[in-house]
Ligand binder design. Sequence first.
Ligand code: ZN
Length: 313
Amino acid sequence: MALEPNPNIFANNPLDRVSDKRTDDEWLKGKMEDPESRYVPFYKLMPFVLPEAAPSEGKDIAWMPPEMVKPLMNPASTTVLLGINKRGRALFATDVTFGENPENGPLKGMGEFEDLRGLAMKGEITSGELAIMAQGKSMIDWHLRHGYCSACGHPSRMAEAGYKRVCPECGAEHFPRTDPVAIMLATRGDMALLGRQPMFPKGMFSSLAGFIEPGESIEEAVAREMMEEAGVAVHNVRYHSTQPWPYPSQLMIGCHCEAETEEITVDGVELDEARWFSRDDLRAVLAGEDKGFWVPPPFAIAHQLIKSWVAEG
Ligand SMILES: [Zn+2]
């Protein structure tokens, strides 16, 4: 039985990550050289994307066979296994950020390296491929920024197809990180609390959010952030869904919770303003009506939290 679909962009990754096989260096070497395997090159953390084959058909990730991607790589290229697709092909992501953009060289005229956020916002590639690209971006980014052992400072080396780094000097093992962030919609009766960060575009209000700290449960982080940013005590924290967010490697944990008071005291640092919005106004804004404010678009988990709460009433 398959998992229920997750409403969030960058979720629903369709690949088999073969954690039982990727520890086998011989198997990995065979897959890396197998002409049936496919690679997506990343330049400055952007995947290479082919233009639409026909208008409105959407763009495609440029999956390249080994002989096509090899000229773009150098011996220092970071290459990670993404997984095995439903056709049994091994898929890899590889970093080709060396000097000039290959878009102006060997890949000229074929397509473009495109920022994932733009692709997600415009809905130009399928949700399964967006999820795979989020995985590739977070993995390559982690390796590029973690070349040295954090225990002793010696250069470390990649192992297990990218899912580990090992220090040859002190033997320490390091694993790709995921940073949990709680994002929550506090409600009270038929009202929901949304806030504005100073950097938000004009008129946009969204769910409050914050990093979960060491030694903290999801519920505790939700309650702490609501109190710190808005001065509102909450209880009955309920998990809604999660969203991998590859900037660089967050896991957004979406929750609903109930506020105990209506009075709001914003911290003035993380939030400029916070307000209660009625379910009817939120429903109208989701339907595209102008109510003098707007909420994040569907690719943001905040949108899904608001949408599911609006649908309850
Ligand atoms: Zn070390």
